[in-house]
Design a protein around this ligand. Sequence first.
Ligand code: SF4
Length: 137
Amino acid sequence: MQLKLLDYTDTLSEIPGELCLTLSLDGCPHGCLGCFWDKFKGQGKFVDYHSLLKKYQDKGYCVVFLGGDWLPNIEDYFKLAKDLGFKVAFYTGLPEWKRINCLDYLKTGAYMKELGPLGSEKSNQKLINLKTGEQIK
Ligand code: SF4
């Protein structure tokens, strides 16, 4: 199972209180003005997704997908992470996402420069803990 990534990294910043394995997917079609990733579009590399997860398994990580709503089988990727014991978070640029079976966290909304980033007071973006229903940012 291959996944085309611009980058993957350990972070503590995407989901408060979670140790994150953050996957930046290549190919986002949303075209938000000022998107940091836009200039790297198409430069991603395919990685073996299962092997990547195995490296991080059983260490308490939450796998965070930065993008992927354009992939018809994105839920297969969520499910594999879930089956291997990870929490799963999904950042989508779409205003809503209903297929949340395998997800623990969901960020919705495209980046709009005039409204500011996720967490800013006017932002159209929201990060929800799907287990508690709480809006985290
Ligand atoms: S949804 Fe995210 S990755 Fe896609 S263009 Fe907008 S800011 Fe960039």
